[in-house]
Write a protein that binds this ligand. Structure first.
Ligand SMILES: Nc1nc2c(ncn2[C@@H]2O[C@H](COP(=O)(O)OP(=O)(O)OP(=O)(O)O)[C@@H](O)[C@H]2O)c(=O)[nH]1
Length: 614
């Protein structure tokens, strides 16, 4: 069975976690809102600070004229072993232990100003203060700015509504236990606290009515109607309080003495004596603690459910943005290589099919190359006029006798060199397609999205490799073209030589060899022979160039696109590897926040488990 102390201690822990998480309630369902809290609400000078201080047993709240409390103060009371020293600690200044409570008061003022400036503006971001003392019960209280009816100098008119709205935002939450402070020396019917409490908690199940200043009521009047629950009925009994008067404060009457005086007041009071055991600050603190325990017990299942839901959501988001990466170099290297392989897989799918793009390489061979070959200016190069010019130049001063061997060679060499253009263009076109596929593959590799530095490193390495393959491929195709010039197909010309004899022309119509040798038709014949030969070469290259290009570029890209990179990465030191795995700073920050949240939620769940099964 969980003890009350540990249950309330548990809630204190979860509330601290909430503040660290930046969870002050507000939008959506938050853990904060699932937790029970006690808010102290009342008009200005109703005695809020006094009640809070007497529950705590120390003087530490800022005092002054006008609106002193301008930020909510979340006050967590932790009971410590008897005899231990009392101290206070702010969440915004952890590790700094305040034993001087006057300094606590000063720090609350300073911290308020840090958020709101010296202006009298208000802020809804709470200040979190823990007090560790043997003289308190475990309890969390929230002190809210006093409700006011008029703005003081330097404050905007809206401050009245602003304070009311802020206070309402706390007390309207179903988990907020309202400590409604009303001075008994004023008409409780007009009490700001009771008015607001009735509005947000009409059934009164979470409102505790506290009547202060019983000692200074007009002579002959008393508060029994209220305290005995006849005048303003709430579900919980009213508690009457006698705090220190201003004169007591001035005389520096200490808290312990004040409590004793209060006890004596009730015990000896003719009006309230019969209620003495149910009156006073100490009784109020116990009452609150007991009530909190009941509420927390009811809440545990829904708090656990909410924590589990938050944990699931955080885990899902962490999965989506990727888990943190390991820090040792072996694991980093492994991660880098895994990411490279993931990219390589996508790239290969593009080439081999499964993803689009590889077909464009076939498009180069099937359309671009044949079209480029078709466009080569052989008509011009092998025109009768040019043939005659080239042959004559090759002949020199001695015209050829039978066949212009040199002329043929020059015409053929000249023609074949035209193939270099389409050959290189094919290499470039395939290079372009491969480069585009690298770009696409990088962006399609989900795992790489987290690591922009590595993604660009891989892209650069892949492109560098593609450049190398292109150079190799270019050399190979130019060599193929050169090979066509270096050794001509003899059979082709032998066959040509035989053909006219096969025709066996009529000797009468046969041209006279000498008369014909420099005529147009002679050169036309040479042109058409060269053209036929070149067509044959063209057919061969149309088939062999794609083979060379695939061999040098496509096959290599598939086999060894990142080989060079792997070797480089393998030699890198730890820092460099870490740098390669740099992530988008925003993403890293988000992951850090999520990890912290996860930790806190898990801790909260463990704490609840530990308490719930005690
Ligand atoms: N005699 C007597 N004086 C009280 C009692 N409660 C509060 N006072 C005095 O009333 C004045 C205001 O009390 P606070 O506790 O500062 O009231 P508050 O609601 O916190 O006021 P603000 O901080 O201005 O909003 C102080 O001078 C207290 O000494 C009481 O029960 N009896």
């Amino acid at each position: 069975m969980a003890t009350m102390k540990s249950l309330i201690g548990l809630i204190n822990k979860i509330q601290r976690a909430c503040t660290v998480l930046g969870d002050h309630g507000g939008e959506g369902m938050s853990l904060w809102e699932a937790l029970p809290t006690v808010a102290v609400v009342g008009g200005q000078s109703s005695g809020k600070s006094s009640v809070l201080e007497s529950v705590v047993g120390r003087d530490f709240l800022p005092r002054g004229s006008g609106i002193v409390t301008r930020r909510p103060l979340v006050l967590q009371l932790h009971k410590t072993e008897d005899g231990t020293t009392e101290y206070a600690e702010f969440l915004h200044a952890p590790r700094k232990k305040f034993t001087d409570f006057a300094a606590v008061r000063k720090e609350i003022e300073d911290e308020t100003d840090r958020m709101t400036g010296k202006s009298k503006a208000i802020s809804n971001i709470p200040i979190q203060l823990s007090i560790y003392s043997p003289n308190v019960v475990n309890l969390t209280l929230i002190d809210l700015p006093g409700l006011t009816k008029v703005a003081v100098e330097g404050q905007p008119e809206s401050i009245v509504a602003d304070i009311e709205n802020m206070v309402r935002s706390y007390v309207e939450k179903p988990n907020c236990i309202i400590l409604a402070i009303s001075p008994a020396n004023q008409d409780i019917a007009t009490s700001d606290a009771i008015k607001l409490a009735k509005e947000v908690d009409p059934t009164g199940e979470r409102t505790f009515g506290v009547a202060t200043k019983l000692d200074i009521m007009d002579k002959g009047t008393d508060c029994l109607d209220v305290l005995e629950g006849r005048a303003y009925r709430l579900q919980h009994p009213w508690v009457g309080i006698v705090n220190r008067s201003q004169a007591d404060i001035n005389k520096r009457v200490d808290m312990i003495a004040a409590r004793r005086k209060e006890r004596e007041y009730f015990e000896t009071s003719p009006e309230y004596g019969h209620l003495a055991s149910r009156m006073g600050s100490e009784y109020l603190a116990k009452l609150l603690s007991q009530h909190l325990e009941t509420v927390i017990r009811q809440k545990i299942p829904s708090i656990v459910a909410l924590i589990n839901k938050s944990i699931d959501e955080i885990n899902a988001e962490l999965d989506r943005i990727g888990r943190p990466i390991a820090v040792d170099s072996g694991a980093q290297l492994y991660t880098i290589l895994e990411l490279c392989r993931a990219f390589d897989r996508v790239f290969k799918e593009h080439l081999d099919g499964g993803r689009p793009g590889g077909d464009r390489i076939y498009g180069v061979f099937d359309h671009q190359l044949p079209a480029a070959l078709k466009k080569l200016p052989f008509d011009r190069h092998l025109s009768t006029k040019n043939v005659q010019k080239v042959v004559s130049e090759a002949d020199g001063y001695q015209p050829h006798l039978i066949a212009p061997e040199q002329g043929y060679r020059r015409l053929i060499d000249g023609s074949i060199s035209y193939f270099k253009g389409p050959a290189e263009a094919t290499v470039d076109a395939v290079h372009f397609v491969l480069k585009e596929l690298v770009r696409k593959s990088i962006s399609e590799t989900e795992e790489l999205k987290r690591f922009p530095t590595l993604a660009s490193d891989i892209a650069a390495a892949a492109n560098e490799a593609l450049e190398r393959f292109r150079d190799e491929s270019r050399k190979t195709v130019l060599r193929l073209v050169d090979m066509e010039s270096s050794y001509l197909t003899v059979e082709f010309f032998r066959k040509l030589h035989m053909e006219p004899e096969k025709e066996k022309p009529n000797p009468r119509n046969a041209p006279q060899p000498n008369a014909d040798i420099y005529s147009d038709s002679h050169f036309r014949k040479i042109g058409s022979n060269v053209s036929a030969y070149i067509n044959m070469v063209c057919d061969t290259l149309r088939i062999s160039l794609p083979k060379a290009v695939v061999y040098c570029q496509v096959r290599e890209a598939k086999r060894s696109l990142l080989n060079f990179f792997y070797a480089q990465v393998g030699r890198k030191e730890k820092e460099k590897l870490g740098a390669m795995l740099d992530e988008d700073p925003q993403l890293m920050e988000r992951r850090g926040t999520l990890a912290k949240r996860l930790e806190l939620y898990k801790q909260a769940r463990d704490d609840i488990d530990a308490v719930a099964w005690k």
